[in-house]
Design a protein around this ligand. Sequence first.
Ligand code: CMP
Length: 138
Amino acid sequence: MTEQTLVLIKPDGVQRGVIGEVISRIERKGLTLAALELRTVPTEIAAEHYAEHAERPFFGSLLEFITSGPVVAAVVEGPRAIAAFRQLAGGTDPVEKATPGTIRGDFGLETQFNLVHGSDSPESAAREIGLWFPALRS
Ligand code: CMP
């Protein structure tokens, strides 16, 4: 079943120069891009995107980080796109959870600066795609 997921290359990924690398991995997996844009993120969008983490101690610094520089926002699609991109990304903690060969496992060191975001469920994907790309809202 074809589905869509919202992918972000966070400010650390953009600054590290891995936009091409991440997009290349998405394409090599067989997934396709339905939307792709370099964006500066308003705090309100970042806060809404990460609303489920609002009570977490790292919420403030997460918002500061996500709004610190441009991000790449993309809608990625294909069969089981949500799980497929999360497999490419690796676990949230780039050292303890992500394995070598994944984006975070290959390029990351710290949980906050973990390079990419991918929606974690069909419900999150619908919400996040609607937030970042209102024209694609389902
Ligand atoms: P992401 O997959 O975008 O979802 C929530 C983000 O919060 C996560 O990636 C990390 O960037 C960040 N995050 C999660 N846990 C922590 C933590 N313990 N400390 C700092 N940042 C975190």
